[in-house]
Write a protein of this length. Structure first.
Length: 250
């Protein structure tokens, strides 16, 4: 069952369900870190939910990106261009955000899988929401700092989780027991046949073997709340969520 559009998970931590993709708002006073930002077609919802939380767009001091697929960076260039918001990613994902290459499921592969339940409606929605639009980020930056918490609202800790893309990065909030898993671990998707912790269908991953290995990195965060890139919030030990995802992928 779908949650409401905006879910408060902890003080200063809100998960927002876009049309098909989630993002997270980390608030500290008047300042905000935005983790992902949905499709281009989600921009009105993005700005509205910021406003409902009492924030103007210029309050966003940084956009942290889990990975540079269109449904996660749809408003990143807009925020950078209009409000000067820096856009940070893992260093391996920076050229992907600039669209020096595109590690995104190809239209042909989607068509070959169109017979699977949910794939065709998802594809139509993706196209209408800007799934093939040019959303390259002109000046993406590698994550600031060598390791540990970032000096940004929420103090998120980057966790490199390659597989879905080479530079995919989750973000942990150790003080809250929260891990924002992007597409390295989801709890639902329009093309998925089951609900609950799982990997995305294999057609979406660049390297399935590395995606499976990265589940272990997520388990090591030792949290008990998962904020996924797709699907509802998951409450319970992250290690248990990882175990279920592995079972489903076997």
């Amino acid at each position: 069952m779908r949650e409401t559009t905006r879910v408060q998970v902890a003080d200063g931590v809100h998960l927002v369900h876009g049309s098909d993709t989630n993002w997270v708002v980390l608030s500290e006073g008047d300042a905000v870190t935005l983790v992902d930002c949905g499709y281009p077609g989600d921009r009105e919802l993005l700005l509205r939910t910021l406003s409902e939380l009492g924030h103007a767009p210029e309050a966003v001091v940084a956009v942290l990106v889990t990975h540079a697929h269109n449904d996660h960076i749809g408003s990143a260039e807009y925020l950078n261009r209009v409000h000067g918001t820096p856009v940070y990613l893992h260093e391996a994902e920076v050229p992907h955000a600039r669209r020096e290459f595109l590690d995104q499921v190809a239209v042909g592969r989607v068509l070959r899988n169109a017979w699977r339940p949910g794939v065709l409606p998802w594809a139509v929605h993706a196209l209408r929401s800007g799934g093939t639009a040019d959303v390259r980020v002109t000046a993406p930056e590698p994550l600031p700092g060598a390791s540990g918490p970032l000096d940004l609202p929420g103090r998120p800790v980057p966790v490199h989780t390659p597989g879905h893309t080479a530079g995919h990065c989750a973000y942990a909030l150790p003080g809250h027991g929260i891990v924002m898993t992007g597409d390295a671990l989801v709890t639902g998707h329009p093309t998925a046949r089951v609900e609950g912790p799982q990997l995305l269908p294999i057609m979406f991953d660049k390297d399935r073997e590395r995606a499976l290995e990265s589940l272990g990195v997520i388990a090591d965060t030792a949290g008990d709340i998962v904020l996924p890139g797709h699907g509802p919030v998951h409450h319970g030990p992250v290690a248990d969520a990882v175990s279920r995802a592995r079972e489903l992928a076997a």
